[in-house]
Write a protein that binds this ligand. Structure first.
Ligand SMILES: [Zn+2]
Length: 93
């Protein structure tokens, strides 16, 4: 065995690596709350009775059919265009 056949070993500059590590800083990311936005299940807005379809919600007059008004205490609100209807007091008696 002759020493001339030894493969060359190159030592990387370790000092440069250490300096790079120092630069790495943690960026404060906001922890997300567990709430996820779930897509509205529009199939719940319909109910099929026999051969008829009952629409449980009011459609938006601005956006047209397919866009439903969200129900609130005394008003209906369209989340798409912002249309708001205040519930009329109907004589239920
Ligand atoms: Zn709308």
């Amino acid at each position: 065995m002759s020493e001339d056949e030894k493969p060359r070993e190159e030592k990387p500059a370790e000092k440069a690596e250490e300096k790079a590590k120092e630069k790495t800083e943690k960026k404060g990311k906001k922890a997300r709350t567990g709430r996820k936005h779930e897509k509205t299940d529009t199939t719940k807005f319909y109910e099929v009775k026999g051969s008829e379809i009952l629409r449980k919600k009011k459609p938006c007059p601005r956006c047209g059919p397919g866009t439903w008004l969200a129900e609130h205490k005394a008003r209906f609100y369209c989340g798409r265009c912002g249309y708001t209807v205040f519930e009329k007091k109907e004589a239920k008696e």
